[in-house]
Design a protein around this ligand. Sequence first.
Ligand SMILES: Cc1ncc(COP(=O)(O)O)c(C=O)c1O
Length: 444
Amino acid sequence: MALHEFNMDSHWLPFTPNRHFRKEPRVFVAADGMHFTTHDGRKVIDGISSLWCVGAGHNRAPINEAIKKQLDTLDYATAFQVSNDRAFEAAEMIAAMAPGDLNKVLFCNSGSEAADTSLKVALAYHRARGEGHRTMFIGRERGYHGVGFGGMSVGGIPANRKAYGTALLPRVDHMRFIHDPVNHAYIHDEDPVWKEDPLLELEQRILPLHDPSNVAAVIVEPVAGSAGWYLPPQGYLKRLREICDKHGILLIFDEVITGFGRMGTNFGADFYGVVPDMLNFAKCVTNGVIPLGGVICRDKIYDQMMKTDAPEHVIEFFHGYTYSGHPVACAAAVATLQLFEREKLFGRAGEMGKVLGDAFHSTFKGLPNVIGIRSRGCAAAVELAPLPGSPGKRGYDVFLDCFKHGTLVRPAGDVLVIAPPYIVERGHIDQMVNTLADAIGRVA
Ligand SMILES: Cc1ncc(COP(=O)(O)O)c(C=O)c1O
């Protein structure tokens, strides 16, 4: 298919430099397994699971068939005051996979909606238990929780925030970022052990400043994915759990990336052995095929919200989306989760992640301008020194060069991430890592 067959006048691309894209378009027309086909018939390997979504690889027959069958059976039904059978089935499976008493699933359609939903649950829960003054949220620098006003406010990626000024939520603070480029620039499948305690700042500065009794929730990604795969120091999440418990603060894990197998376990919560009060998910739950997101809440949250004096016809939580628990999305989720289980793909993600991490460390260490490498779970990142005065340019150029040579990698500023589908083979890893190394050699 020739490019002139596309009219590019109407589609404003998300999170993309549109002016440059028009000069050098990258358009997919098909996908199967590990690969895309481009408009000009080239094969490109999907090194990032299409932004952390396609754990089981592309074009999986069981998921496609479940969707087609669902369309022919119950295409859609409103989610308010009634429901559909697939939503119950998917919720039961997701709750069964989640650790501890994370048992109640609120569906939405994306990670951004999951972030805003979880923040609203936190406020409503505290109010229901008589602590409506808890209105403060704490996120973390360089955290990413989507693009809604709530998620953006607790998020900490400067470029995503800078245009929105006072429209951001007012009662938000941020913990320091979890990266030590001096002592832990290179992390090879381990928990970095920090000499100092990064959470002292939370305990000794942030909480006393706002008073812990005013804080509704702390929200973090177990591993900072969108920023460029930054890994928590040893014991960090356990200590965060303890601090939240001590002060009655809810702990929210945003597992939109780490959920459903990326760490080789069901969730990042399992990997790090810490159960949050709410766990946000999206992406891999349907293998990316159809939008679905959600928040898994602990029993105590749901029970508190149901403990109301209002008459039974009154809605307990005024929140939801037209497409919450959409039957086709839920059918896709059920088929995806069954497929993950049948093919033992989370275990495979853990094993192949080690192969990927080894390849990263042995290939990139010592290359010009490489200043860090981090691997854990089924993802790895190589960090480049920014070009003076032009941060992000080097990363973007490497991404373009990789694409030209048949590999889709993810640039996060000057960090390049590979997070392949869990079906990845050693040969694919060699190909992707070699392409990335050549690109760094050519343009970085
Ligand atoms: C941790 C995290 N939360 C939320 C989101 C937003 O998800 P969505 O783009 O589906 O709104 C993302 C997207 O990458 C994410 O990584």
